[in-house]
Design a protein around this ligand. Structure first.
Ligand SMILES: [Zn+2]
Length: 127
């Protein structure tokens, strides 16, 4: 089941959401040391440089931790803390299953387009 999340862009998130609109999950890349950071990073967590630029994540990840929420319909919403292939961790919906994936499960990016608000990143269990 897809979680009922509605996101809106602001000045700080505009580039990130513009990426999602065209199907790209953007993360931060440090020009000084090559480290990848979360989309909301303002400085590199490895070398503290503020010389960051946007790059497109490859779109694969692994499950680090999960949260499941029972729904009144009897299904459940699954969300997970995932480690992107580049290293940053994101908290995202897991879609296409109501089974909680095991820790370490390989995931693939899917862009969740909502009837309202901005698209958001979600992940499916990789096949
Ligand atoms: Zn750095």
């Amino acid at each position: 089941m897809t979680p009922d999340l509605i996101a809106w862009r602001d000045e700080a998130s505009a580039v990130w959401f513009a990426g999602l609109v065209v199907g790209a999950l953007l993360i931060r890349h440090c020009d000084e040391c090559g480290h990848h950071g979360r989309p909301d990073a303002v400085a590199c967590t490895a070398c503290e440089s503020k010389s960051l630029r946007w790059v497109e994540a490859v779109g694969t990840a692994r499950v680090v931790a999960t949260v499941q929420t029972p729904e009144p319909s009897g299904s459940r919403t699954v969300q997970a803390l995932v480690e992107l292939a580049e290293g940053p961790w994101l908290f995202v919906p897991i879609v296409g299953t109501d089974t909680v994936p095991a820790l370490g499960t390989a995931l693939a990016l899917t862009i969740l387009r909502q009837p309202e608000g901005e698209p958001i990143p979600g992940f499916t269990v990789a096949v």
